[in-house]
Ligand binder design. Structure first.
Ligand code: IPM
Ligand code: MN
Length: 353
């Protein structure tokens, strides 16, 4: 029987609650589709940091390379200054494992309420390919005369030809494989960020020549936000830089029904990828059994798909569709009509068939 080695990192806040449900569901899929999951649990996160003063132990990245995938809950703790855990754990792993793609599907499932009046599931169905290792996230820059009236803060966006090109190539390949509208939109800001997005734009149209079957389009990031609300049906796959991808995928999460259902994959096509719900640690809901585990469950499905178990992934996706359309009153924490664990049980039940 096939066996996959997974590092499970529940993390902070509601992370452990949603990951527990996700594990329940992927285990159900494994037993139905005949493969095994060998899971090793890690306690990386805010509590561990508070206890030990260390964000990640030495050699953590090397150690994680032994796995075929990482299943992550959430990173971020109310007692820890913003940035320490996010940069020290999440970004450190994304960069260290060279997960250069952040893949974020935006899908409105049947029966789910969207704030966009008159839009149906067939209108809200696209994927954002976010560059995940460069841009403003690279940490380039510095500060001078901190705390004085003359303080200078510089934060630069790093865009390399190699980094931009591999992301764009992934997006073209993904768009072809997805085989829906076969349209790839570059989201940028060529009218203002004339160095960075000139590189993106030139690379985009050069690579496009190798994909004559894919229609290309360009939209500025501000206009992208507008179209995502007004005409989301125009999008199939969007490729963009790290910062813009961060922002537009939160907007995407809202139009697909909320953070409760938004999943993402940090992908290294040649290495170890990491899958997570994109909603964060939601400290105010922690420990109350009210958080929606579907985003974590959908991240689990993406993980199985990437590992080479597309049927198991599909079964989970179908089960999620059934649960949202037949059972849940809402996707919002505390308003689902069910507790976190019950939602996990429902999905696992449908996955078992
Ligand atoms: C996300 C999150 C992270 C990001 C934070 C927690 C560093 O917002 O995954 O979108 O900005 O990438
Ligand atoms: Mn974000």
């Amino acid at each position: 029987m096939k066996e996959y080695k997974i590092a499970v990192m529940p993390g902070d806040g509601t992370g452990p609650e949603v990951i527990t449900e996700g594990v329940k569901v992927i285990e159900a899929a494994a037993s139905r589709f005949g493969f095994k999951l060998d899971m090793t649990w890690y306690d990386y996160g805010g509590e561990r940091y508070k206890r030990t003063g260390e964000v990640l132990p030495e050699g953590a990245v090397e150690d994680l390379k032994r796995y075929q995938a990482i299943y992550l809950g959430a990173i971020g703790h109310p007692d820890v200054k913003p940035g320490i855990l996010e940069k020290g754990i999440l970004l450190h792993l994304r960069f260290g494992l060279d997960q250069y793609i952040n893949l974020r599907p935006i899908t409105l499932y049947p029966g789910v309420d969207t704030p966009l009046k008159d839009k149906r599931p067939e209108d809200i169905d696209f994927v954002v390919v976010r560059e995940n290792t460069e841009g403003l996230y690279a940490g380039a820059g510095g500060v001078l005369k901190k705390g004085t009236p003359d303080e200078v803060a510089v934060q630069e966006s790093i865009n390399t030809r190699k980094g931009v090109e591999r992301c764009i190539r992934f997006a073209f390949d993904y768009c072809r494989k997805r085989n829906k509208r076969k349209k790839l939109t570059l989201c940028g800001k060529t009218n203002v960020l004339t160095f960075a997005f000139d590189l993106w734009e030139r690379t985009f149209y050069e690579v496009a020549k190798e994909y004559p079957d894919i229609q290309t389009d360009y939209a500025h990031v501000d206009a992208t936000c507008m179209w995502m609300v007004k005409n989301p049906e125009w999008f199939d796959v969007i490729v963009t830089d790290n910062m813009f991808g961060d922002i537009i995928t939160d907007l995407g999460a809202m139009i697909q029904g909320g953070m409760g259902i938004a999943a993402g994959g940090n992908i290294n096509p040649q290495g170890v990828s990491m899958f997570e719900p994109i909603g964060g640690s939601a400290p105010k809901y922690t420990g109350k059994n009210v958080i929606n585990p579907l985003a974590a469950i959908c991240a689990g499905a993406m993980m199985l798909d990437t590992l080479g178990e597309p049927e198991a992934a599909k079964a989970i996706e179908e089960a999620v569709k059934t649960v949202v359309s037949k059972h849940l009153k809402s996707l919002s924490a505390g308003k689902m009509g069910y507790g976190t664990t019950e939602v996990g049980d429902l999905v696992a039940g449908y996955v078992k068939g």
